[in-house]
Design a protein around this ligand. Structure first.
Ligand code: SAM
Length: 306
């Protein structure tokens, strides 16, 4: 037995147990040594997609019987898995990528196994949210380490805008997942619904060849995405900075409405006049609006001359 194998085996893995195992979100080498050990011990591996998990097992040199458990059959499949566990088998459960149950199926299976009085053991590992948060730096610190995990925003524009409006006042960072076909719309909605200076970390293709983790303002994020045609094709997790003290105190930082008014005025007026007028209409600070106006001009927004 190799040294790592002994380390992983230095704990008991009782039969009649469901092992909920996190798997890589990109780089296969992120599969933990314990995960490898337990997958090898399992009498069966329950998974979201047998093809996907079959490929993972082939890459790490394992062959185990696979059982499909996805969101459409989770209840019925759970009954069969409970029967197998009751007969003393060890069953591992993996989702397609990352930690099961985190924006992934798994919760119903875990509930069914617990309800049957059987044991559930978690094996920790990669999760896109925690991976992105680990490099969020002062965005996390500002909220004293707290964060809100949101997962996927609603797909419909109105519901998505409402969700962002509801999250905008959180004083700590929040984490979003997004699919490649919706990332452009989501970045546009964040730019529309949040103060332009609010920052976000974009975790793109984490642990993969073209991994990127830029920190940008929400105003700059849509242009970043559009700057390279291939960018929209990756997988994305977003960490959005919480509202700072000044924003929450409402001490004149331009909110979404002030920015909308400024954009309209900028189309017709020089930056200084637009900022002054927007300030008297909305109550936001003139200097903050003027800075925003200059930034928008630099980005080619608005057409009025200074
Ligand atoms: N259970 C997974 C976890 O623990 O992270 C999440 C599953 S959820 C169905 C899939 C979403 O996670 C993707 O749409 C994307 O938002 C995010 N994600 C997964 N892998 C990623 C990666 N390598 N880089 C960035 N985001 C990723």
């Amino acid at each position: 037995m190799s040294e790592w194998n002994q380390l992983a085996a230095g704990q008991t893995y009782p039969p009649g147990t469901l092992y909920v195992v996190a798997t890589p979100i990109g780089n296969v080498a992120d599969l933990s040594l314990r995960a490898l050990h337990v997958l090898g011990l399992a009498d069966a591996i329950a998974c979201e997609d047998t093809r996907n998990t079959g490929q993972l097992l082939t890459r790490v040199g394992l062959q185990r019987p696979l059982v499909a458990v996805h969101e459409h059959n989770e209840r019925e499949a759970a009954v069969k898995i409970v029967d197998r566990l009751a007969e003393g088998e060890r069953v591992a459960y993996v989702s397609d990528a990352g930690t099961p149950g985190i924006s992934d199926p798994g919760a119903r299976l875990v509930e069914a196994v617990r309800a049957a009085g059987l044991r559930v053991v978690p094996l920790p590992g990669p999760s896109a949210a925690v991976t992105a948060l680990s490099v969020a730096g002062d965005m996390l610190e500002a909220g004293e380490g707290r964060f809100t995990f949101v997962g996927f925003l609603p797909g419909k524009p109105k519901a998505r805008g409402d969700a962002i409006a509801g999250l905008a006042a959180l004083d700590h960072a929040w984490v979003l997942y997004e699919a490649p076909h919706r990332i452009a719309d989501t970045l546009a909605a964040l730019a529309e619904g949040l103060p332009a200076t609010r920052r976000l970390l974009i975790g793109r293709e984490l642990t993969k060849l073209f991994e990127e983790t830029p920190v940008l303002t929400v105003a700059d994020a849509p242009a970043w995405l559009a700057a390279e045609a291939t960018r929209g094709k990756g997988e994305f997790v977003l960490v959005v900075e919480g509202a700072g003290r000044a924003e929450l105190a409402g001490d004149g930082a331009p909110d979404a409405e002030a920015q909308r008014v400024l954009r309209l005025l900028l189309a017709e007026l020089p930056a200084k006049r637009a900022a002054k007028l927007a300030a008297s209409i909305t109550g936001a600070r003139t200097d903050a609006l003027y800075q925003l106006a200059l930034a928008q001009r630099a980005d080619g927004d608005g057409s009025g001359e200074d």
